[in-house]
Ligand binder design. Structure first.
Ligand code: COA
Length: 436
């Protein structure tokens, strides 16, 4: 909420609980679970662990980026498959990789406006279960045949099809207006901003080391629910399977570039991988937290979404959104005890950090001074999406809960979180600790 729209007393949105599934490489142990399955399992467990009576929940806001064609309203389905009362209303949001930032912003707004007291905000993604399309010609022939009467008329629409029209069409991770994939766009950004392969690999290594430490110390385990794996349900997935405690700069340096094989710098090691998983947080009004005896770990102080032309530098949205969220919070980058930046690619994180520190960029957005430098010791302190994985719509809620818990441990006053998203969009959110 902008400072000039500060919520009335008691209406600050407190983050009181959160949870996620393990984040697993797509095509792995979660391959038989849809995004709705993952979301419902997660929300059911989160509600149970929160100790908040199910009847007290007002709404669920849930994101999904790659749609399940036979289940297009994930949020309501999650309610209907969980222990929440069927009277809990729900809406689905999609803001690409910033979807659960959008869900959390919506929940915070509803609470600030006095329209809700207790809201679940999160998202789920199954990249094992992406829709496979029929070609346009085959789809038209099927539709024509379904309308036709009699066998000859039903068969006729298929007569003009060629073998290539029968091939299934997978969804593309490409930006529709530029035709470039996320990886190709990030590769262009690395070249335009002079981001070296060595710096990208160093950031990827830090992500793995910190995430591995997070698991070794037990910090991350407390944020992750165990999931019995179908079809036999004998195996339990309890840990992320992308984090590597044994990777090294040498191993990362050996990986070939994938999006520009000749001159590129982006590899499987310094990119976020395709991932399955779900994550959510519970937000309540300050008054409700008090009446339920809940201890808020953090409050949503402000947020902002921004966008630039995707043909320029697709994943630079955070550099535009962060200063707006900081201004709305009445704070500067130097006030942030923690910064959590979604790692779509190491090149994208480093490009955003470069612009935030740049005088030229400051001039472009009408500021007298650069937004500021981010101290690497405060950045993604428990690992980011490169090591933990990136189930698109779940990433924001994973970051928000992971950061809120770290704020609690450090008694931190403020944290800035950001995410880049398709379409040249960026999200930023400032959290404040209870002692701020
Ligand atoms: C980059 C990408 C194409 C790589 O896919 P992939 O080839 O299936 O990746 P893999 O996990 O199989 O890794 C390839 C190799 O690198 C190795 N590798 C990956 N990370 C490593 C690390 N940190 N250290 C050492 N080796 C690593 C793997 O072991 C594998 O080796 P192998 O071929 O000997 O088995 C895929 O993850 C991708 O498309 N990511 C981008 C997703 C995206 O666009 N997201 C949107 C951002 S918002």
């Amino acid at each position: 909420m902008p400072r000039n729209g500060t919520p009335s007393p008691g209406r600050r949105a407190a983050i009181v609980a959160g949870l996620r599934t393990p984040f697993l490489k797509a095509g792995g142990a979660f391959r038989d679970l849809s995004a709705v399955d993952l979301g419902a399992l997660l929300v059911n467990e989160l509600v149970a662990r929160s100790g908040i009576p199910p009847a007290d929940f007002d709404a669920v806001v849930f994101g999904q980026v790659v749609p399940s064609l036979n289940m297009s309203w994930i949020a309501r389905e999650v309610v209907l498959r969980s222990q929440l009362p069927k009277s809990v209303q729900a809406w689905t949001v999609s803001r690409a990789c910033a979807s659960s930032f959008q869900a959390t912003a919506d929940a915070a707004d509803q609470i600030a406006l006095g329209q809700a007291e207790v809201v679940v905000a999160g998202g789920a993604e199954s990249l094992s279960d992406v829709p496979i399309f029929a070609s346009r010609k085959l789809a038209q022939a099927l539709a024509d045949a379904s309308r036709a009467r009699g066998l000859p008329a039903k068969v006729r629409p298929f007569a003009g099809l060629r073998p290539r029209d029968l091939a299934p069409v997978p969804p593309a991770l490409a930006e529709p207006t530029t035709g470039l994939t996320m990886g190709q766009s990030a590769e262009q950004m690395a070249q335009q901003n002079g981001i070296t392969r060595a710096d990208q690999d160093a950031l990827a290594l830090a992500s793995h080391r910190r995430a591995a430490d997070g698991w070794a110390s037990g910090k991350l385990a407390e944020e992750v629910m165990p999931v019995p794996v179908p079809p036999r349900y004998k195996r339990i997935a309890a840990r992320d399977d992308i984090v590597r405690d044994d990777t090294s700069l040498e191993a990362l340096a050996r990986l070939p570039p994938v999006f520009d094989r000749k001159y590129g710098t982006i590899t499987a090691g310094n990119s976020s991988p395709l991932t399955d998983g779900a994550a959510a947080v519970i937000l309540v009004s300050e008054e409700k937290a008090r009446s339920l005896g809940l201890r808020p770990l953090a409050f949503v102080r402000s947020y902002a979404f921004a966008a630039l032309d995707p043909a320029e530098q697709l994943l630079q949205g955070p550099a535009f959104a962060a200063p707006v969220a900081l201004d709305r919070a009445g704070l500067g980058l130097a006030d942030m005890d923690l910064v959590d930046m979604h790692e779509a690619f190491a090149a994208q994180v480093l490009s955003n950090l470069q612009w935030l520190a740049s005088r030229k960029f400051a001039e472009r957005i009408g500021r007298a001074q650069p937004v500021g430098e981010v101290d690497p010791a405060r950045l993604n302190v428990n690992g980011g999406s490169i090591a933990l994985g990136h189930p698109f719509a779940a990433t924001g809620a994973r970051m928000i809960w992971q950061t809120a818990r770290e704020m609690g441990r450090r008694k931190a006053r403020h944290a800035l979180l950001t995410a880049c998203a398709m379409g040249g969009m960026g999200a930023a959110m400032v959290l404040e600790g209870p002692g701020a």
